[in-house]
Design a binder for this molecule. Structure first.
Ligand SMILES: *[C@@H]1O[C@H](CO)[C@@H](O)[C@H](O)[C@H]1NC(C)=O
Length: 252
């Protein structure tokens, strides 16, 4: 028998379930099962962290603090805009979660006005802030009385937030709930403002020239202090959530 023939014989092909390779086959199956188990345990462990992070999301939403600073009321004896916002924010606080946590702050705490409020959000003391401009009600009445066609309803109040602080929290939780608040505020305001404007001769005269000063009357300028607009960074920040310990919750 030549060497070549011997080689052919020893290398004859056999099936995976052939008896002659039973020990080898069992070894392979054991290794495969062990590795699969290891991967499974590893994935479940990591996913559990993710589930844990998200399991109490709605109950925890009130920790997302939004301060409300009314610079309007102290400057006008019959202010309407500031009180309308405060009423809506306080009524939201009485709802069961999911809701945001609104914190009404006295305007004297921010002597530098809206810029100082923006700074508080920029420095991440609170997740968002709503400020109502000084004498917003007076400005609205003036615009309607004088028929000021350049009147911009969104110049009377602003909502400040910093999207890049956490883009998924901002987009999934903060902004949708703030939108709800906005509609509630504007609805509540129309109920007091439109009857007042219709009854007052001075206000009624120019309604046709400045319809926006009647409805909506005022709106909110959305100020995003740190936009997050680099989609390619999303994998890094969202996977990073698995490893970064939660930051201490802001004061409610
Ligand atoms: C607020 O606006 C009204 C109407 O323009 C004006 O009469 C009043 O003096 C203003 N108040 C302050 C504190 O600026």
């Amino acid at each position: 028998m030549s060497t070549l023939e011997t080689q052919k014989k020893t290398q004859a092909a056999v099936g995976f379930f052939d008896r002659s390779i039973r020990r080898k086959r069992n070894g392979i199956i054991k290794k495969w099962a062990g590795m699969t188990l290891l991967i499974g345990v590893f994935m479940l462990a990591l996913l559990s962290l993710f589930w844990g992070v998200l399991s109490r999301t709605y109950q925890n939403l009130p920790v997302l603090g939004v301060i409300v600073v009314d610079f309007d009321s102290p400057t006008h004896e019959a202010a309407l805009i500031g009180p309308a916002v405060l009423r809506a924010a306080e009524s939201r606080n009485n709802l069961r979660p999911p809701r945001l946590g609104y914190i009404v702050k006295p305007p004297d705490e921010y002597p530098d006005g809206e810029m100082q409020v923006r700074r508080v959000v920029y420095e991440q003391e609170h997740w968002a802030a709503i400020s109502i401009t000084r004498n917003a009600t007076g400005r609205l009445e003036d615009a309607l009385r004088s028929g000021d066609e350049s009147f911009d309803p969104d110049s009377l109040a602003e909502i400040v937030f910093a999207e890049a602080r956490d883009e998924s929290v901002t987009r999934n939780y903060l902004l949708p709930y703030l939108d709800d608040l906005k509609s509630e505020v504007v609805r509540g305001f129309s109920e007091v403002w439109i009857p007042k404007a219709v009854r007052d001769e001075g206000l009624r005269r120019n309604m046709v020239r400045v319809p926006l000063a009647v409805n909506p009357g005022f709106g909110f300028r959305m100020v995003n202090l740190r936009p997050f607009d680099v989609p390619v960074a999303i994998p890094a920040v969202s996977v990073g959530l698995l490893c970064i310990p939660p930051s201490p919750s802001p004061a409610v």
